[in-house]
Ligand binder design. Structure first.
Ligand code: AMP
Ligand code: DBH
Length: 537
């Protein structure tokens, strides 16, 4: 059984193989190539795993799941935070050929339901520590709603649960790893999205492994790399750019942090002599503030490289990083859909502070289109269009959306507005997609608008971004009500529907009507201008 997905055309696949991008190796190779190494691969709190231990733990779990009937072609819904089990589970599932969606720990019922209904999982792996799984209130109906769901495995399990820890410890019988074929779906990445339902991105072994190996090369990760993973481990950026997978590939060390706060991260950096980490811009601001308050960056002495990406980094903030943190900055402009751009470690200050880098693969095809989809002259700002050896060819089971998101030649339109310098560096100038980028956490406006429209008192609604000095953007809901509705009521309503906290509107404005464009669409540009004007008043 294989999972159907939009494949690359044969001539492209042949070229990517010929050039050595696609090696026809499974992602499990990232770990098995170090299977006998006693070097430390992973530290979480006081737990420590060598490569050998990580390899064996994931094999034991794979064997235990196989004995329970999980098999190649099945899918799994996984929700684990920044804990060692996240990687053990991911490698175990890859060894079995089971393709997971790794939901973020901040996700709630709405998000999990949306993923489950798309992949029809045979397996759920979650944590009793998450509010959703603290009781069986969500689990029980979930089992009923998804007859495909055969196994539920829980971290921090209770007596009657199938315990993740117990499965990882289960004595191993015969197990021969049988990952899915390298040009099949290895797992699903999450899209920040701009539509009503969160979209899933099928990633194959071949394309993802290439993006990891190429990232490792660009970022010079190796066995000496000591990487702090402080962003959500499931996110594409700390997983693959080069992220934890890149570190494992290179034989280095991953240290997990529960969040990117300075309070938590600075002591970990000092204790484990961290050399590299990845942040989003708001976390950088908080780190700089902490250094000022504590009057020293001494704890960060080992740090050589700070990657910043996920959202726009201002030049002013960028310039403070080498000066105040005392390490090199690398900007990362990437997307779970594929394309990743990096500034080079050897670039001059202007390129590192003021651009979002260059596409990492020589075979990334990137160009800038106008609104009609025609190429724009060099240097002009327009839509980013891309295809390449690790950029997907279609969202999972979304033919209608794919028809809009791709052009006839298979170029993906990311919804970002960019310009490209004469020497090939991309500068992100803005965004066309209907999305709010809340400090790297993406909110699809339509998803929240649709939920709000189900509220009995709401007639019309528009969710737009507003400027925020720390997060870059926050969200504001403009609401036309059938009766007066209070902000607390709206937030409580969304929370009860089971929406992740970061998607709740930061501000709510009730208005008599929404401004419309000449064609009759809600004029979000005007709403954003109104907000900006009210913020400066
Ligand atoms: P996602 O679809 O959730 O993977 O988010 C990818 C999107 O994040 C990109 O299309 C950009 O809009 C945004 N993004 C990522 N990195 C950067 C960056 N360095 N600067 C500006 N925007 C970024
Ligand atoms: O924002 C992103 O999705 C992102 C940012 C940097 C990403 O997916 C990546 C690097 O790989």
């Amino acid at each position: 059984m294989t999972i159907s997905y939009s494949r690359w055309p044969d001539d492209f696949a042949a070229r990517y193989r010929e050039k050595g991008y696609w090696l026809d190796l499974p992602l499990t190779d990232i770990l098995t190539r170090h299977a006998n190494s006693a070097a430390t691969a992973l530290i979480e709190g006081d737990r420590k795993y060598s490569y050998q231990q990580l390899e064996r733990a994931s094999t034991r779990l794979a064997a235990a799941l196989q004995r329970r009937g999980l098999k190649c072609g099945d899918t799994a819904l996984v929700q684990l935070g920044n804990v060692a089990e996240f990687y053990i589970v991911l490698f175990a599932l890859l060894k079995l050929g089971v393709a997971p969606v790794n939901a973020l720990f901040s996700h709630q019922r709405q998000e999990l339901d949306a993923y489950a209904s798309q992949i029809e999982p045979a397996l759920l792996i979650a944590d009793r520590q998450h509010a959703l799984f603290a009781t069986d209130d969500y689990l029980q109906p979930l089992r009923q709603r998804y007859p495909s769901l055969r196994e539920v495995v829980l971290r921090n399990a209770r007596e009657d649960d199938t315990s993740l820890a117990a499965l990882i410890d289960e004595a191993q019988g015969e197990f021969v790893a049988a990952p899915s074929a390298a040009d099949e779906v290895a797992f699903f990445q999450l899209s920040g999205g701009s539509t009503g339902t969160p979209k899933l991105i099928p990633r194959t072994h071949n394309d993802y492994y290439y993006s990891i190996r190429r990232s490792v090369e660009v970022c010079c990760f190796n066995e000496k790399t000591r990487y702090l993973c402080a962003l959500p481990a499931a996110h594409n950026y700390p997983l693959s750019s080069p992220g934890a997978f890149g570190v494992f590939y290179g034989g280095g060390l991953v240290v997990l942090a529960g969040d990117p706060s300075a309070n938590l991260c600075f002591p970990l950096i000092e204790k484990h002599q961290i050399t590299a980490t990845a942040l989003v811009p708001p976390a950088v601001s908080l780190w700089l503030q902490a250094i000022q308050e504590w009057g020293s960056n001494r704890a960060l002495g080992s740090l050589q490289l700070l990657q910043v990406g996920g959202a726009r980094l201002s030049e002013a903030l960028a310039a403070r990083i080498p000066a105040e943190i005392g390490c090199r900055l690398q900007q990362v402009f990437g997307m779970a859909e594929g394309l990743v751009n990096y500034t080079q470690l050897t670039d001059d200050e202007w390129h590192i502070f003021s651009t979002q880098g260059t596409p990492m693969s020589p075979d990334d095809e990137v160009w800038v289109a106008d609104e009609q989809g025609n190429p724009l002259p060099q240097g002009e700002t327009g839509r980013l269009m891309t295809r390449g050896p690790y950029t997907f060819r279609g969202y999972y089971r979304s033919p209608e959306h794919n028809a809009q998101a791709f052009d006839a030649n298979g170029f993906y339109c990311s919804g970002d507005l960019v310009s490209i310098t004469p020497d090939g560096y991309i500068c992100v100038q803005g965004r066309e997609k209907d999305q709010i980028n809340r400090g790297g956490e993406k909110i699809a406006a339509e998803e929240i608008e649709n939920l709000l429209l189900r509220h009995e008192a709401i007639l019309h609604v528009a969710l737009v971004s507003m400027e925020d000095s720390l997060l870059g953007e926050k969200s504001c809901a403009f609401i036309v009500g059938k009766r007066p509705v209070r902000a607390v009521e709206i937030r409580r309503y969304l929370r009860e529907l089971g929406v992740a906290d970061y998607k709740l509107p930061d501000r709510i404005e009730t208005v008599d009507e929404l401004p419309l464009t000449p064609v009759g669409k809600v004029d979000k540009k005007r709403l954003r201008q109104q907000l900006a004007a009210s913020q400066t008043n």
